[in-house]
Design a protein around this ligand. Structure first.
Ligand code: S3P
Length: 169
């Protein structure tokens, strides 16, 4: 295990089910870094699941909470940050990601995403394959625009991706 020092936070962005959370944990463990997760942080703070929060606060409220969470993260020691899949829909969050750190786009296709998340109904958008596809279509250009580097999650475990990204930190 090598100890790394980050000069800037690393944001893991990408669609639901890409493996951002697992990857953040792996990277942090293997590199001796702190990891954080916007969903988990908000869940702890507000005492409900991300899905419940989304349903209660609405998309706009949820995006605002995400931006506040990111702001707190970037003020602290640089860390690996797993971002909620829809964080790129928030203008303030995009600005923070663009200006404050290094963004890794963890790519997953809409079909694969749907397959991975279909087992549990923990995401707000999983009503139909059509809704997953259309939400994905809007977001892909935003992920691409912010990405400093892209890793493809198809036929790769989160551990494998973490290993690849470790080399470019
Ligand atoms: C969302 C993705 C989820 C979570 C919330 C909304 C989205 O995060 O933030 O349910 O808008 O795509 P994951 O990408 O970790 O599933």
């Amino acid at each position: 295990r090598t100890l790394y020092t980050l000069t800037r936070p690393v944001f893991l962005i990408g669609f639901m089910g890409a493996g951002k959370t697992t990857m953040a944990r792996r990277l942090a463990r293997e590199c001796g870094l702190i990891c954080a997760d916007t969903d988990r942080c908000m869940e702890r703070k507000y005492g409900m699941s991300a899905k419940e929060l989304y349903e209660q606060a609405g998309e706009e409220g949820f995006r605002q909470m995400e931006a506040e969470t990111l702001e707190e993260f970037v003020q602290g020691e640089p860390r690996i940050i797993a971002c909620g899949g829809g964080i790129v829909m928030g203008e303030r969050s995009r600005e923070i990601i663009r200006t404050c750190g290094f963004a890794v786009y963890v790519h997953v296709t809409a079909d694969e995403s749907a397959e991975r998340i279909s087992n549990h109904d923990s995401r707000p958008f999983f009503h139909s394959m059509e809704s997953v596809r259309s939400v994905n279509q809007v977001r892909v250009p935003l992920y691409e625009e912010l990405a400093d580097v892209t890793v493809d999650s198809s036929s790769r475990t989160s551990g494998r991706m973490a290993y690849e990204v470790k080399d470019i930190l």
